[in-house]
Design a protein around this ligand. Structure first.
Ligand code: HPA
Ligand code: ZN
Length: 322
């Protein structure tokens, strides 16, 4: 068996970021929206840098206007993930794009997403769980209704709370109210940090928001003492190497710190982030790690084990996936 055939566990996937461009283009046509500016001639997403990526992402999200749109999106994303051998996936869900943070609207969107997840589990053999995510550049005030959406829908499907968006806006502590609220409700926590921010951003995130997992976290490599702390505490990094390389966050594959972090004892996992935006898949991530660092089947089996242990699902689901 090749490492390519291993069942894969993915922990860091933005649901809207998994939308194939043809899917968004189709919705735009259906709704009479002119989104030609966000696509390249060959049909991909067009953007210049990370800030522009966030704008194009939000423009793409304007086509997702109803629970039914999210039902179709969820099915399309999970069919694609399952085709790369993913058997368990966690996805960031943003109530901001599902009714603007209104709780009753969010419940309707979520019902449609869960319905699609159940259908995908039966059809494609992939299990999905959700992490409600506030968006940093929408500001600390807006993170409060999002935390409320998270807490009110926490259960079998919604397992965690997190934060994505423009990392350099404000400081992690500005969002402590939302994270505390989710933590007190017994939710699992993760937060994007150390993709664009330095080791200080990772350290402040750990101190002020105390997440069990960090999204990216790769810039921790610049501070050996912090790397040691991550290893000691067992903080899990949701590393997305293809995303980092594509956006220029870390240099090329050979320069990527994932192997050094792993070899220093940090718990690393591998995900795609926003696969069609970064022209990646879980197959591509595994192939590039094998090619760049010589990782073999045992390395990838260990990687999947770390990811499953760090998954936010309940133990019954974990056992069923393993
Ligand atoms: N990083 C940060 N915020 C995001 C991303 C990402 O890759 N995708 C959607 N929101
Ligand atoms: Zn991300």
């Amino acid at each position: 068996m090749s490492f390519r055939d291993l069942p894969k566990v993915e922990l860091h996937l933005h649901l809207e970021g998994g939308a194939p461009p043809v899917f968004i283009r189709g919705l735009a046509t259906e709704k009479g929206l002119d989104l030609s500016g966000i696509f390249t001639e060959d049909g991909g997403y067009a953007y210049r840098d990370f800030d522009h990526f966030l704008k194009v992402y939000e423009a793409a999200c304007t086509t997702l206007q109803s629970p039914e749109d999210f039902r179709r999106l969820t099915l399309a994303v999970l069919e694609e993930s399952a085709s790369h051998g993913v058997v368990y996936s966690e996805t960031f869900l943003s109530p901001d794009f599902c009714g603007g943070g209104d709780l009753e609207a969010w419940r309707d969107y979520l019902a449609a997403i869960e319905d699609a997840a159940d259908e995908a589990e039966a059809k494609f053999g992939i299990t999905l769980r959700g992490i409600v995510t506030c968006i940093r550049h929408f500001g600390p005030e807006q993170s409060r209704p999002i935390a409320r959406c998270a807490v009110e829908t926490h259960g079998r499907f919604i397992r965690g709370f997190g934060m994505a968006g423009a990392e350099m806006m404000g400081r992690p502590g500005d969002f402590a109210w939302a994270f505390d609220c989710a933590h007190e409700a017994g939710m699992h926590l993760t937060c994007h940090a150390g993709e664009w921010g330095g080791p200080d951003m990772v350290a402040d995130t750990m101190r002020d928001l105390a997440p069990a997992r960090i999204g990216h976290g790769v810039n921790a490599i610049k501070d050996p003492a912090l790397v040691e702390t991550l290893a000691e505490k067992g903080t899990v990094l949701e590393v997305c190497p293809g995303s980092n390389v594509f956006l220029g966050a870390t240099g090329d594959w050979a320069a990527h710190p994932i192997a050094r972090l792993r070899d220093a004892g940090v718990k690393v996992t591998v995900s795609t982030d926003d696969p069609p935006f970064f022209k990646t898949t879980m197959t591509h991530e595994f192939d590039m790690l094998a090619r760049t660092f010589g990782w073999d089947e045992a390395d990838f089996a260990a990687l999947n084990k770390t990811a499953l242990e760090a998954a936010f699902c309940d133990d019954e689901t974990r056992a069923a996936v393993a």
